[in-house]
Design a protein around this ligand. Structure first.
Ligand SMILES: [Mg+2]
Length: 489
């Protein structure tokens, strides 16, 4: 599946120059763009073409016929004009290196039959489409006829009808453009409609129920992607959203409020949403696995942690941390597959913070909250990330509690992990780093046995705190143990 974006999203007038947006589009990660040929002048298209080549972005072309070029018209001269017009569009698409010409190809946008039967219009349009489609085939262009909702056309409103229409043309390069915005209005079930008509779909427009970018409305993207994957759909998914109201483009699309402030930011939002569905974040399953293991480990060790704490503190550490960990597990279980690594860490941290309370909530959630900050922009984890997370955690814990290594606290376990990782000479992967850190955290934990406590309630024991393992350090090493047992992300 290739992800594209319709460049009209950046236009206030249909003919606005979009060249300056191509570089940011490439930087976001899009595979290509759809360029409207509506009213475009060839000189301007040349400049856009050059920039697309420079950036190595693919291009697809879009167009819509009008009353003057209506190939479904009763008047032969208008139909002939339509055939010439679409052939010319095919030539332009070829000159730009496009493989798809999509859009409102078979009957004009916003025109309705006014009493004439659909079959008569279909027949005339299909005859013309056969001529145009054959021409496109010679030129290596696929035509994708858009299925529109009832408020924009009465020619074809559902994929099923579209497939029936294609039967009258029977050319392998004449397909349907399935647009989620229109499907949401017309289909009983968007996913089912796509599944039943998959062989007829040549191209897709992705946009929310309200025209905003995917992921900001209520459409069922997850089930749609399941079907697309199951059927090995390898065509384009082009975001065709419109964001800014109060201009020619917005007015034409009945956009009466802004769907975002900055189109480029919205484009990035839509891309990352669809990109995760295209390449699901395996980290989410990894974190869910971690959550389950954490819960099991802390249930198993709850009593021991309470006993350790009872010798030096108030004996509730095991139950307190188990409460936080259980809440984290429950929150992880309901995370959407589209969330980022950073959001997974944040989910654990905030659950612990909310459910542990007292002093231990802020302290034990620090590791995960710092991890969430450090991995803000990350889509992958490597060994260096764990090092950065532990450094940030040690600093944050010092800021929060003024605790340093050697004071018989969880910081000793963190510091043990950090020291072990710092001793590594070469760059290592996440899984290997977890292994090294886990070993280090256990060494740090064990070192607390011989230490004299100078923090928390344990400090009142003075010398007598010697010989007791710190419960917090043990909990900390259990967290590393869970990461280790969760295996490869
Ligand atoms: Mg569309």
């Amino acid at each position: 599946m290739k992800l594209g974006i319709h460049m009209s999203m950046f236009c206030k007038r249909w003919t606005d120059d979009v060249t300056k947006y191509l570089e940011p589009i490439k930087a976001i990660g899009f595979d290509g763009v759809e360029l409207s040929l509506y009213g475009a002048d060839l000189k301007a298209l040349n400049a856009v073409s050059k920039e697309l080549n420079r950036l190595d972005l693919d291009v697809n072309c879009g167009i819509g016929i009008t009353a003057e070029t209506d190939i479904s018209s009763q008047h032969k001269e208008i139909r002939d004009k339509g055939i010439s017009f679409l052939k010319e569009c095919i030539n332009v698409a070829v000159s730009m290196g496009a493989k798809n010409l999509s859009g409102v190809l078979c009957a004009p946008w916003q025109s309705f039959s006014n009493g004439e039967t659909r079959s008569e219009r279909w027949k005339r349009s299909a005859d013309c489409m056969t001529i145009i489609g054959s021409y496109a085939k010679q030129k290596g262009i696929q035509l994708n006829a858009e299925v529109l909702n009832r408020f924009e056309s009465d020619f074809i409103n559902t994929l099923e009808e579209g497939k029936e229409f294609l039967e009258m043309i029977r050319l392998p390069n004449v397909k349907l453009l399935a647009d989620t915005f229109h499907m949401n209005i017309e289909e009983n079930d968007m996913t089912l409609a796509v599944e039943s008509n998959m062989d007829a779909i040549g191209y897709m427009h992705c946009c929310e129920n309200h025209r905003g970018v995917p992921g900001t409305g209520h459409l069922s993207w997850e089930s749609l992607f399941k079907v697309l994957k199951a059927h090995n759909y390898d065509g384009w998914l082009t975001i065709e959203s419109f964001v800014l109201s109060g201009n020619e483009v917005g007015n034409a699309l009945s956009l009466w409020r802004d769907m975002g402030r900055e189109p480029i930011k919205e484009a990035a939002k839509g891309f990352s949403f669809l990109n995760v569905l295209r390449n699901p974040n395996n980290y989410v399953t990894y974190f869910k696995r971690c959550g389950k293991i954490l819960k099991d480990l802390f249930e198993e060790n709850c009593q021991k942690l309470c006993q350790l704490d009872a010798q030096a503190g108030d004996g509730d550490h095991g139950t307190t941390i188990l409460r936080g960990i259980t809440a984290a597990y429950e929150d992880l279980e309901v995370l959407q597959p589209t969330v980022t690594i950073s959001e997974c860490f944040k989910s654990i941290g905030y659950a612990m913070l909310r459910h542990m309370g007292g002093a231990s909530g802020p302290i034990f959630s620090t590791l995960f909250i710092q991890a969430s900050i450090v991995t803000k922009e990350k889509s992958d984890l490597v060994g260096q990330d764990l090092l950065s997370i532990l450094e940030a955690t040690e600093n944050a814990l010092f800021d929060l509690t003024s605790t340093q290594p050697g004071e018989k606290t969880m910081v000793d376990s963190i510091h043990g992990a950090l020291t072990a990782l710092n001793d590594m000479e070469q760059a290592i992967g996440w899984e290997e780093a977890v292994k090294v850190a886990e070993r280090g955290s256990r060494q740090g934990r064990d070192a607390t046995i011989e230490m004299i406590a100078s923090k928390g309630r344990a400090k009142y024991l003075g010398e007598r705190s010697k010989g007791i393992m710190d419960a917090g350090a043990m909990s900390c090493s259990l967290i590393f143990r869970a990461l280790l047992l969760a295996g490869t992300p």
